[in-house]
Structure formats: structure tokens, C-alpha cells
Design a protein around this ligand. Structure first.
Ligand code: GCU
Ligand code: CA
Length: 138
């Protein structure tokens, strides 16, 4: 099981907007970040227990070029300059999936652009997409 956290329900860097001008998004829109280094989207997710969680980041990138971002959990970068490679167009979304360590309760997951291009468009983060959200450490 997983829980969906819409990007538009999180926080975002100044100049970012919630847009609806491309197709196939979930919720009420997607986040179009400002085009700058450090442009970010952050969602707060809830983990039932400490352990590993799988997160799937839904994004679109119609530029044809990578839009890398640092992925951090509670302020610590867990995936540095993670590639968000081009998708077919801005209407076509893809998942970037990784496993991260979380603590019990609230955890802040942030995507922050590492280039002046800003982030890919971000639709949502599915938390615990592979059922890892409630696993205890082993
Ligand atoms: C276009 C597109 C936006 C996107 C932007 C970008 O303006 O419509 O959704 O965020 O390009 O390159 O960041
Ligand atoms: Ca943008």
C-alpha cells in the first residue's frame, strides 16, 4: 500500500506555481517550479514506524534534457543530483523510485534543483509504494 502526497499540497520555493496546462496530472494540478538552482518542492509524509520506505516521484520533463535534483529527507540529501530525465512531452509522466530511511511520524521529503533550469514538473510523491512504509528496522 502507499499513500499519495500531491505536490501542490506541499510547500514550494517562491516563484513556483501550481499549474494545470498540461494533461494527465493527479489531484488539482502539478508544481511548476521556478527555474533556478535550489528551486524546491517539499511534502511532509507520515510513517507509521521507523524503517525503509519506497517513494515514487511522479514527474514530467518535456525539455529533452535532464533536470537533476537533490532528494532530501529531513534535511539530509539521500540522492544527490538525481536525474529526472526527459519524458516524451509535458503531458507524459514518469516515476523516479527510490528507497529511503524514515523515522516514525512526520518526515519532510524535498526535491531541490541542482541547476538553473529548476525542477521537472512534479505531480506527486507516492510514499511506501512497495509496502515499505511500516517496516521496522532489521
Ligand atoms: C514550459 C512548461 C512548464 C515547465 C517549463 C519549464 O513553460 O509549460 O510546465 O515548467 O516549461 O521548462 O520549466
Ligand atoms: Ca518550471
Amino acid at each position: 500500500a502507499s499513500t499519495r502526497y500531491e505536490a501542490e499540497s506541499g510547500t514550494r520555493s517562491a516563484g513556483s506555481t501550481v499549474d494545470t496546462n498540461h494533461k494527465n496530472y493527479s489531484g488539482s494540478g502539478f508544481v511548476n517550479s521556478n527555474n533556478a538552482i535550489g528551486a524546491y518542492v517539499e511534502v511532509t509524509v507520515n510513517a507509521a514506524a521507523a524503517g525503509n520506505a519506497t517513494i515514487a516521484i511522479r514527474y514530467a520533463n518535456g525539455t529533452g534534457a535532464n533536470r537533476p535534483a537533490d532528494v532530501s529527507v529531513n534535511g539530509t540529501v539521500v540522492s544527490s543530483a538525481r536525474p529526472f530525465d526527459a519524458t516524451t512531452n509535458w503531458d507524459t509522466w514518469a516515476d523516479s523510485t527510490l528507497t529511503v530511511a524514515v523515522k516514525a511520524g512526520s518526515n519532510k521529503i524535498r526535491l531541490a534543483s541542482t541547476t538553473a533550469d529548476g525542477l521537472a514538473n512534479i505531480d506527486y510523491i507516492d510514499f511506501g509504494a512497495s509496502g515499505g512504509d511500516t517496516q521496522a528496522p532489521t
